[in-house]
Design a protein around this ligand. Structure first.
Ligand code: NZQ
Ligand code: ZN
Length: 389
């Protein structure tokens, strides 16, 4: 293993009814709270009323930003920053999935600077050295945003979906109650699981050696998702399934599995281009790209990793030829996404044709090379996207 620093200061309250601790936690951070949420699921499920009751109990002043969309827009961030500045907000409470939490991260950072928040993402790359404290209540297991320092924001005027990862964006406290995810639809549950698997696979499919402990941990995380997703799809209120998926989602991307290895992610930058141009659901894009990416990268040098994956994650034990074992692993992954999770398997199913593939490929690698599992230039990415059509 290489040298690394591991420091995740997010305090996690995990389990049923843990949101009853919001009233005490929030007062540690201030009196004026911006409550952010998405398109209305929290009102339908009754979660909104519970959160408001907690905030009233804490006797704080509440300001609200609603309607943060999936693939959150920079406009929502601007709106949130405006509220924070006008009302001198002390702390942001995000109640939602990755979209609400990501937007809230940049609202928290944007509230403390004078420039437009898009300048965090565009060529100006304004530094993020401070942010208002952020607390989160996670409502869907997928992105790990509740326990990581990253966030992704879209600008549909420029067809850009861009990411920043900076320590001040880490949530101070996150509330993870698996029962809150009972209402997540089968489609979003499947997309969430595809995203979690992808976060692990982006690290697992890597040429670094000597990472037995972390590689094994990743295999267990992947097996957890593969075991419990079908259960959550059949029985959405199965606590054991929702709890295992939820905690796996945080550990997939909170930095623990990295172990200091050199890594550049491959499927995520490609998917972010699909979302930037077509506003598709992130996890679905990853489910379509990942098996093709794996097919593309399979050669003699990468083969051993595929064999480990097939044997240790999908328990392929009836074959002897390493190439056949590798291909069986890819097949079982495809079956998981497209049969078990019932996700559509082609980009054409999402009304995406080949017209923007060349431009998306160039943007995904920034006209250069992604130095991931295998180096990918624009031509390689075009090939992978074409395999997805
Ligand atoms: O908006 P509402 O009405 O709340 O509905 C949401 C939304 O339609 C719904 N939902 C969420 N919780 C629910 C629920 N419906 C019923 N019951 C509940 N309990 O689910 C839909 C999707 O929500 P969203 O927040 O968009 O999902 P997700 O958590 O998958 O977030 C996706 C965004 O996060 C980014 C993605 O690119 C995308 O923009 N990512 C963030 C990362 C990070 N911060 O580290 C890493 C990821 O790789 C990813 O890029
Ligand atoms: Zn992701």
């Amino acid at each position: 293993m290489n040298n690394f620093i591991y420091h995740i200061p997010t305090k996690v309250y995990f389990g049923e009814n843990q949101i009853t601790n919001i009233s005490t936690e929030i007062t540690n951070y201030g009196k004026r709270v911006l409550l952010t949420y998405g398109g209305g699921s929290i009102k339908k499920t009754g979660l909104y009323d519970k959160i408001i009751a907690q905030l009233k109990k804490a006797n704080v002043e509440i300001f609200e930003l609603a309607n943060i969309a999936p693939n959150p827009r920079i406009d929502s961030v601007r709106e949130g920053v405006k509220i924070c500045k006008e009302h001198n907000v002390d702390v942001v409470l995000a109640v939602g999935g990755g979209s609400t939490i990501d937007a809230s991260k940049f609202i928290a950072a944007g509230a403390l600077v004078d420039h437009d928040p898009w300048d965090f993402f565009n060529s100006k790359q304004e530094p993020i050295t401070k942010a208002l404290p952020l607390l989160t209540v996670l409502t869907i297991a997928a992105t790990g945003s509740e326990m990581d320092a990253g966030g992704v924001i879209s600008n549909f005027e420029t067809n850009e979906k861009l990411c920043r990862i900076e320590k001040p964006l880490l949530p101070k406290v996150s509330f993870l109650d698996p029962t809150i995810t009972y209402s997540v639809s089968p489609y979003q549950t499947a997309c969430g699981s595809a995203d979690i698997l992808s976060h692990i696979m982006e690290v697992y499919f890597n040429m670094s050696k000597g990472m037995y402990m972390l590689d094994s941990f990743m295999e267990i995380l992947m097996k957890t998702i593969i075991k419990y997703t079908p259960i959550a799809l059949k029985d959405p209120t199965n606590y054991e399934a929702r709890a295992n998926i939820m905690w796996a989602s945080s550990w997939a991307i909170n930095g623990f599995i990295d172990g200091g290895r050199a890594q550049e992610w491959s499927c995520h930058p490609i998917e972010h281009e699909l979302s930037a141009f077509y506003d598709i659901t992130h996890g679905h894009g990853l489910a379509i790209i990942t098996p093709r990416f794996l097919e593309y990268c399979l050669d003699e040098s990468t083969l051993p990793k595929y064999v480990d994956f097939a044997k240790n994650v999908f328990m392929v034990d009836n074959l002897t030829d390493p190439k056949e074992i590798a291909n069986e692993g890819i097949k079982r992954l495809s079956d998981f996404f497209f049969k078990t999770c019932a996700l559509k398997s082609q980009l054409s199913d999402l009304n995406i044709d080949d017209s923007k593939i060349a431009i998306m490929a160039k943007k995904a690698c920034q006209n250069n090379v992604i130095h991931g599992f295998k180096p990918l230039n624009a031509t390689a990415i075009e090939r992978i996207l074409t395999m997805c059509l």
